[in-house]
Design a protein around this ligand. Structure first.
Ligand code: AMP
Length: 175
């Protein structure tokens, strides 16, 4: 089996979790397999090797897992973006729309410096709202988003149209 098919086979779909109608993509079987884990990190890193990435910004919470490994592989630092109220130091924030209402994500104000080259990572892109808000956070401090990196794109939701033009987009798997 090729790497992509082996990775796809290790994603478990849990119907109606955490609420009715959601087909939740559970990546824990992939994470538990050292060969697949190595393959996933290698494939995620590949488009960005040699691109001068200074920081990988990972989105809470599953974006922290592969995101920090991706940072290590690219020789970059790792920056967590979290739901509001979770980060201990002074933060900046960005709001994004949900089906009903809106939510807020935050990043430490000093997590990035002017001109740093950033890769944004999450395990899944669904509607794209969180990833778009993350671009807003990075831009607020004058850093540059070079690209997006996702393990899985829920392509029917077409979340990538919410992301800014001219920024590289890579998703390893489609679901
Ligand atoms: P989005 O709708 O793209 O803003 O996604 C919001 C967050 O929820 C992201 O961090 C995704 O990783 C997560 N997420 C959304 N839908 C799913 C799903 N079907 N399975 C697993 N994670 C999901």
């Amino acid at each position: 089996m090729g790497a992509a098919r082996s990775l796809q086979a290790a994603i478990r779909t849990i119907p109606d979790f955490p609420e009715p109608g959601i087909q939740f993509k559970d990546i824990t079987p992939l994470l538990a397999d050292p060969v697949l884990l190595e393959a996933a990190v290698g494939c995620l890193a590949e488009p960005y090797v040699g691109q001068g990435i200074d920081k990988v910004v990972g989105i809470e919470s599953r974006g922290f897992i592969l995101g920090s490994m991706l940072a290590l592989r690219l020789g970059a630092g790792f920056v967590p973006v979290r739901k509001k109220g979770k980060l201990p130091h002074k933060t900046i924030r960005a709001a994004y729309g949900l089906e009903y209402g809106s939510d807020v994500i935050e990043m430490h104000v000093d997590a990035l410096t002017l001109g740093e080259r950033v890769l944004i990572h999450d395990d899944v892109i669904a509607t794209g709202g969180t990833a778009a808000a993350c671009f807003d956070l990075v831009s607020q401090v004058g850093a540059t988003v070079v690209g997006y990196s996702f393990l899985i794109e829920l392509s029917l939701l077409n979340g990538r149209v919410k992301l800014p033009d001219g920024v590289a987009f890579n998703a390893l798997l489609e679901a």
